[in-house]
Design a protein. Structure first.
Length: 276
């Protein structure tokens, strides 16, 4: 259960949706490259290009015909280069029980399976765009069929390479750390607090983070805070001082220095630029 004030699930977020994945503008790269999460599960399907994706503190390369499932409230980020194209499927919470409990990264090598996946996605997209009667219900049924396809692929061709990496001691520790960060990033806790809760030193935690995702423990924490700060500045009219308090900063001045140090803009300047 998420304890911070950003876990509210809106009707907009809790609906079945399919969106295209392609290279963002320089000004919006943070929306995919900063560590963030969603209150409902996501399924990423890449059909072209390649890049890197980090899920629960574990970084992997992705390419065409890769399918990545991300459970609700799981930290992730990914790069999108100029040749990348794919889809992101937003899964309603009511349907989450049909999907895995842990992150999954599958590489579909069988041509028949690749074609079947695309046919499922195309059918789902047609219903979501349709104005025919009961199209939403049809789309939910198609989502269920897609979940069965994914389940069968996992049974027939389990992703042993990523499963083995995720099972290492370092990966398990970092995954636990990212879970805590997602829950408590707005409380003002530091890396030493998280390390103590996990029964390790901050130095060991950082070493493991660098091993699994080439980010330090503090970088992971700051990335998540920065994503939320940008989101609140761009999508709300909450005063900067109140955003600072919401995110656990001791003062608005400290928040401004931290934000500007990472983005080269003050919070107010970022808000103005993003709303222009």
């Amino acid at each position: 259960m998420q304890s911070h004030q950003f876990s509210h699930l809106s009707d907009l977020e809790n609906r079945l949706a399919l969106s295209a994945v392609h290279q963002p503008t320089p000004a919006t790269r943070w929306k995919t490259e900063c560590l963030h999460s969603h209150p409902t599960p996501r399924l990423l399907i890449f059909t072209k290009g390649q890049g890197r994706i980090t899920v629960a503190g574990l970084t992997s390369g992705y390419g065409p015909n890769n399918v990545i499932f991300i459970p609700a409230h799981t930290l992730f980020s990914y790069e999108i280069g100029p040749t990348v194209f794919g889809y992101m499927l937003s899964i309603p919470s009511a349907m989450s029980g049909d999907w895995p409990e842990e992150p999954v990264h599958m590489r579909l090598r069988d041509v028949v399976a690749q074609k079947e996946l695309i046919s499922h996605v195309d059918a789902l997209e047609r219903e979501l765009k349709s104005d025919k009667e009961s199209h939403n219900r049809a789309a939910l049924y198609l989502l269920g069929i897609l979940s069965v396809f994914i389940e069968r692929q996992l049974t027939d061709n389990p992703p042993k390479d990523t499963m083995a990496r995720a099972a290492t001691t370092s990966a398990r520790l970092v995954a636990a750390y990212t879970d805590l960060v997602e829950r408590d990033f707005a409380t003002g806790k530091g890396v030493s607090d998280y390390a103590a809760a996990l029964g390790v030193t901050a130095t060991h935690l950082t070493r493991c983070c660098n091993q699994t995702c080439s980010r330090s423990a503090i970088a992971i924490l700051q990335d998540r805070i920065l994503f939320e700060a940008r989101t609140l500045l761009q999508t709300t009219k909450i005063p900067v001082k109140d955003i600072a308090a919401l995110l656990g900063f001791s003062s608005a001045a400290y928040f401004t220095r931290s934000f500007q140090g990472e983005t080269k803009l003050t919070p107010s300047a970022f808000r103005k630029a993003s709303q222009a």
